[in-house]
Ligand binder design. Structure first.
Ligand SMILES: NC(=O)c1ccc[n+]([C@@H]2O[C@H](COP(=O)([O-])OP(=O)(O)OC[C@H]3O[C@@H](n4cnc5c(N)ncnc54)[C@H](OP(=O)(O)O)[C@@H]3O)[C@@H](O)[C@H]2O)c1
Length: 245
């Protein structure tokens, strides 16, 4: 029997889960377990790492997974690498549900950096009021530049914050341009730090920065292995149908 594994944790994965459930397909949704209360899914759900590529290969064999959709965030490069390796090893069809990267417009003032380390280096100048919109995983790295005042927007209340001067805004969105303009004005933001996630969910802060004439330190996407990339839920359903699901 066909059995789909969706590697999730994104808006796109949630939309796919809904469509897959509506079609009555046999599938499981997988969360890494990073947030306190993950959104309930209309599919059987598992939470937590698999134990690397080997662990995922074992999971695929043990659970009779026949197809894998990697619908993780573009910055979840470790998971995407593991998925490619495990699927190759177990000869399991794999496709990724992805979204195009954001592209700088004429009125944007983006400073491109290759990764989180270079973003931290780029912040070595004098103190500024920085809107750090990169999630809680990388806060410790940015604490190496403690001269800044940071505005942190996080999905959950963090236990503690590693930088001496910071304010936390807890919100899962969706965010609006008007709301983000108001937020940045209220906090006197001078610089926005963002991952190039793409998609519409987190775009508002970039449009707000543009409207306010603020620079954005834009962290480029990590490299992921070559794989079939699909852009919409419909394309995923078609791909499954064409691949014997
Ligand atoms: N990175 C971001 O900016 C970002 C933003 C929004 C949402 N997310 C979501 O948050 C999750 C973790 O992202 P990350 O950047 O920390 O990933 P990552 O660095 O690529 O993955 C680290 C490890 O977490 C586990 N993992 C990641 N995604 C998983 C999933 N969907 N199901 C089961 N285990 C998973 C795997 O552990 P094992 O090796 O033990 O299998 C993986 O090796 C992903 O589901 C991603 O879609 C990430």
């Amino acid at each position: 029997m066909s059995n789909l594994l969706i590697l999730g944790g994104t808006t796109e994965a949630n939309a796919l889960a809904k469509a897959v459930a509506e079609q009555g397909l046999n599938a499981t949704y997988s969360y890494a377990g990073r947030v306190d209360n993950p959104r309930p899914q209309p599919l059987p759900t598992r939470v937590g790492g698999f134990g690397g590529a080997k662990g995922l290969a074992r999971y695929i064999s043990d659970h009779g997974v026949t197809h894998v959709i990697d619908a993780t965030h573009p910055f979840a490069a470790q998971m995407s690498g593991n998925a490619a390796q495990a699927c190759a090893q177990t000869d399991t069809p794999l496709a990724a549900l992805t979204r195009p990267a954001w592209v700088e417009g004429e009125a944007d003032k983006w400073i491109h950096v290759a990764n989180v380390d270079t973003a931290v280096e780029a912040l070595s100048g004098p103190a500024q009021r920085v809107f750090l919109a990169v999630g809680r995983m990388h806060l410790a790295e940015f604490a190496a530049q403690p001269q800044h005042h940071y505005l942190l927007r996080l999905v959950d209340e963090p236990g503690s914050v590693p930088m001496p001067s910071a304010e936390v805004e807890v919100s899962r969105g969706p965010f609006t341009v008007e709301g983000d303009i108001e937020l940045m004005r209220r906090h006197g933001t001078q610089l926005v730090v963002s991952k190039n996630a793409g998609g519409s969910g987190a775009r508002a802060k970039l449009d707000a920065a543009r409207a306010l004439g603020l620079p954005v330190l834009m962290i480029d996407r990590p490299k992921v292995p070559e794989r079939t990339e699909l852009g919409t839920t419909t394309q995923v359903l078609d791909w499954l149908a064409h691949n014997g699901f």
